[in-house]
Ligand binder design. Structure first.
Ligand code: FE2
Ligand code: FE2
Length: 215
């Protein structure tokens, strides 16, 4: 009885595609948790500082688009129902981050990356590949993704203008959340990814960061 399983996966693909188009890419997703910068006063940034902060927050926004796509791609092909549920829950938590970064970009008179559909499609494909490798890999992929994101958020805290307390408040909370996501996946039985795979993920994310800062 392989036919119903194939249909169900196809169904999932359509549901995910709809999610991507409706929520992550076109509409401004709604956060379930208050924006950490809501009560933080706006700093008087000069044009160069504003542009730099917007570049970094655009990179973070793309990172969250990619995280959603990875987790939905992985969930669509996860073998174990518990893993699938955990991946979908992780994706839902990233929606807050996506919304906060989107709000900050607007406040900085900027916009999300024009290449978001491309980032989403690429990440979804990578997530689907990880999903097909099995659940230990799936969780290992979550751990590595979250650790790399946490590391780049730490870099952003060094690089953001000192006075941009709003962007900093958002990045601080995201960084703590990503660390928790990694720990949770580790406890759920993540497999250590091979070094070349980690290296490839680092190259892909460096490329994304360089492009998304500008476009
Ligand atoms: Fe996130
Ligand atoms: Fe995360």
């Amino acid at each position: 009885m392989t036919t119903p399983r194939t249909y169900s996966r196809l169904d999932r693909l359509f549901i995910e595609a709809e999610h991507a188009l409706g929520s992550a890419l076109i509409a401004q997703p709604a956060a379930r948790t208050a924006n950490p910068a809501a009560d933080v006063p706006e700093a008087g940034l000069d044009a160069a500082q504003r542009e730099h902060a917007a570049g970094l927050m655009r990179v973070n926004h793309v990172g969250e688009v990619c995280a959603q796509a990875l987790y939905y791609g992985q969930a669509a092909f996860a073998r174990d129902e518990a893993t699938r549920r955990q991946l979908l829950a992780a994706a839902a938590e990233e929606t807050d981050h996506l919304a906060w970064c989107g709000e900050r970009l607007k406040q900085l008179d900027s916009r999300p990356s024009l290449l978001n559909p491309l980032w989403y499609a690429g990440s979804y494909a990578i997530g689907a590949l990880a999903g097909l490798r099995g659940d230990g890999w799936n969780l290992g992929f979550v751990v590595e993704t979250e650790r790399q994101v946490e590391a780049h958020l730490a870099e952003h805290l060094q690089s953001l203008p000192e006075s941009d307390a709003r962007s900093r408040a958002i990045v601080q909370v995201m960084k703590a959340d990503e660390a928790r996501h990694a720990e949770r996946a580790q406890e759920a039985g993540a497999r250590e990814l091979p070094v070349p795979v980690k290296g490839l993920m680092r190259v892909a994310s460096a490329l994304m960061k360089a492009v998304a800062y500008r476009i």
